[in-house]
Design a binder for this molecule. Structure first.
Ligand code: SAH
Ligand code: F3S
Length: 484
C-alpha cells in the first residue's frame, strides 16, 4: 500500500524507519509517535494525535523529552514485529532516566499479541488496538493511577468519521483519507482480518467534507484508504457482512465505491484522487468506468496478485484464479487505456513449486507491471495457512525466487518508465529532491516519480514536464509550460 518509488518500493516496511512527527502545539505533555507498516497506520496515527491533542499532548521529535512514546505497529510479516521489538530496546535506557515516561504499543501488533505484550515487554505500559483509540483518554487516566492499561476490543462500527486528523509529517500537498476499516476476505496467509476486524465503511458525507477541508487547506491530492476499497459499502453504518439483513430502504440507497468516487470527483473537480488497495476479487467495472470518466481520478491501480499459479491462489483463498485476474487486467486496459498497474507478489507460499513460481514470472511478463511490492512468505500465527499448511519452502529458495521476481520487475519498471521518454507528462510537485534542493519531485497520474529543475515552481504546482531520460525508479526532464 505504500507510495514509495523505484527500488525502495520492493523493500516495503522491512527497511522503513519509524517516522518522528512534529506538530507545534500548546499542550503541556509531550508525545513522541512512530508509525510502521501501511498507509492506514500512518493515517490512524493522525487520528491518535488528534485525540491526544485534546488531552493536552503536543508532539515532539525527541523521544528523550517525551512523557508518552507510542509505536503504531505492523504485524503483516514476522520481520515487521521484530523491528518493533528491537526498537523498544532502544527506549529502555531513556525510560530508566525518565521515570515518568510511559510507552504504548498501538496498531496491529497490539491487537495480535494483546496482553502478552505487557508480559513480554516489561517497559510497555499501554496496549491499544486499532479500533480502541477513542478510549485513549480513559486509558491514560489508568496509567496516571500507576496501572498498566489495555484495550484491544474490535468494533462493528468504529470508523473515526468525526475525528479531524492532525496532518503529520506531510508535505502539505498530498493526504490520506480513510474510507473503510477491516477486511472480510480472509486470504489464508494474512493477519489483517484478525488485527483490524470485520469490514465497515465510513459515512460518505464525512469523506467528502474531509476532502473539501483538505482542498481548502491547500492540499492537491487525496488517497482514499482501505484494506479493500472496492468493497466500500455505506448503508447507514454497520458491518458489511450485515448488509444482507439491512432494511430494503437502506439497501436501495446504499453507496458503493464507484458512487463514492463519483461523489468525491464531482465535489472536488480539481483535487487529484488516488485510492488503495484494490483487491481483484472485489473490483467492479463501475469502478473502472468512474476512473475513466473523471479527469481528476489518477490513472493508476494497485492490484495485488500474490501469485501467477491458480493452484496457489486457491490455497491462498484469494477468490480469483489466474484467468480471472488476467480478464480483469484486460478490462482495465480496455476501459482505461493509459492506466498504470502495480502489484504485490509473494514468493514461497507453502507448497509452491518451481512450476508455480515460473507461472508467477510468466504472469508478470504478460502484465508488465509499472512497479510492485514483493515479499517472501512469512507464516503468521493463527492464519488458515499456518493452521493447515506446513511452511515448507526453504528460506534460501524463497529468497532466490523473490530475487528473480524483483529482478524481472526492475526490467518491466525500466521499460514502462522508458516509454515516457520524449513525452510531456503532467506532474504534481510534492517536494524538493533529496539529492538537490535545485530540483523538485512529484508524481504523474500513473504514479511515476519525476524529478526536474525547480525553476520558479513550488510544491503543490501541477506542471507539464518533458521527459528526457529515465531509470527503473525515476523520470528525469524539464518543465515546459511556463518560462523560468
Ligand atoms: N489489502 C491490503 C493488503 C495488506 S498486506 C492492503 O491494503 O494493501 C500487503 C501485502 O503484504 C499483501 O498484498 C501481500 O502481498 C503481503 N503479505 C500479506 N501477508 C503476508 C505474509 N504472511 N507473508 C508475506 N507477505 C504477506
Ligand atoms: Fe489481507 Fe487479503 Fe484482506 S491480503 S487485507 S485478507 S484482501
Amino acid at each position: 500500500m505504500e507510495q514509495l518509488s523505484g527500488e525502495a518500493k520492493v523493500m516495503m516496511e522491512e527497511n522503513r524507519q519509524g517516522e518522528a512527527m512534529i506538530k507545534p502545539g500548546v499542550g503541556s505533555k509531550k508525545l513522541y509517535l512512530e508509525s510502521y507498516g501501511c498507509q492506514m497506520n500512518f493515517s490512524d496515527s493522525e487520528i491518535v494525535v488528534s485525540i491526544l491533542d485534546k488531552e493536552g499532548y503536543e508532539t515532539t521529535s525527541d523521544p528523550k523529552q517525551a512523557d508518552l512514546i507510542l509505536l503504531n505497529t505492523c504485524s503483516i510479516r514476522d520481520k515487521a514485529e521484530q523491528t518493533v521489538r528491537n526498537r523498544l530496546k532502544h527506549f529502555k535506557r531513556m525510560k530508566r532516566e525518565n521515570k515518568n515516561m510511559k510507552i504504548g504499543i498501538l496498531g496491529c501488533m497490539a491487537e495480535r499479541v494483546k496482553a502478552k505484550l505487557l508480559e513480554e515487554e516489561q517497559l510497555v505500559d499501554l496496549v491499544v488496538g486499532p479500533d480502541a483509540y477513542r478510549d485513549l483518554p480513559q486509558l491514560m487516566k489508568e496509567l496516571d493511577g500507576g496501572k498498566k492499561a489495555i484495550n484491544v476490543l474490535l468494533s462493528k462500527d468504529e470508523t473515526y468519521h468525526d475525528i479531524e486528523p492532525v496532518r503529520l509529517g506531510g508535505n502539505g500537498v498530498t493526504a490520506f483519507v480513510s474510507i473503510t476499516r477491516g477486511c472480510d476476505n480472509m486470504c489464508s496467509f494474512c493477519v489483517v482480518p484478525f488485527t483490524r476486524g470485520r469490514e465497515r465503511s465510513r459515512n460518505p458525507q464525512t469523506i467528502v467534507v474531509e476532502c473539501q477541508k483538505l482542498w481548502a487547506d491547500g492540499y492537491k491530492e487525496v488517497t482514499l484508504l482501505g484494506q479493500n476499497v472496492d468493497s466500500y459499502l455505506w448503508y447507514g453504518g454497520g458491518l458489511k457482512k450485515d448488509f444482507k439483513v439491512a432494511s430494503d430502504m437502506a439497501q436501495a440507497s446504499a453507496v458503493q465505491f464507484s458512487h463514492l468516487l463519483h461523489m468525491v470527483a464531482n465535489a472536488l473537480p480539481e483535487i487529484r484522487i488516488r485510492f488503495a488497495t484494490s483487491n481483484p476479487q472485489d473490483m467492479s467495472d463501475e469502478v473502472l468506468q468512474a476512473i475513466a470518466e473523471h479527469e481528476n481520478i489518477c490513472k493508476y491501480i494497485h492490484l495485488p496478485v500474490q501469485s501467477g499459479s491458480s493452484r496457489i491462489l486457491k490455497a491462498m483463498n484469494r477468490g480469483h484464479d489466474r484467468a480471472d485476474y488476467m480478464d480483469l487486467i484486460d478490462r482495465v486496459k480496455r476501459i482505461i487505456p493509459d492506466c498504470a498497474i502495480s502489484q504485490d507478489i509473494m514468493a514461497g507460499f507453502p507448497t509452491e513449486t518451481e512450476e508455480d513460481h515460473e507461472e508467477t514470472l510468466s504472469l508478470m511478463s504478460q502484465v508488465r507491471y509499472n512497479f510492485g511490492y514483493m515479499f517472501a512468505y512469512s507464516e503468521r500465527p493463527n492464519t488458515m495457512a499456518a493452521r493447515k499448511l506446513e511452511d515448507d519452502v526453504p528460506l534460501a529458495v524463497k529468497k532466490r525466487r523473490l530475487q528473480e521476481i524483483i529482478d524481472l520487475q526492475q526490467v518491466h519498471s525500466a521499460e514502462r518508465n522508458a516509454a515516457n521518454v520524449g513525452q510531456v507528462v503532467e506532474v504534481l510537485i510534492e517536494g524538493y529532491s533529496k539529492r538537490s534542493d535545485k530540483d523538485v519531485f512529484g508524481r504523474t497520474s500513473q504514479n511515476a516519480v519525476a524529478v526536474f529543475p525547480k525553476k520558479h515552481h513550488q510544491p503543490g504546482d501541477l506542471v507539464k514536464v518533458l521527459i528526457r531520460s529515465s531509470t527503473a525508479a525515476t523520470l528525469l526532464g524539464d518543465s515546459i509550460d511556463t518560462p523560468s
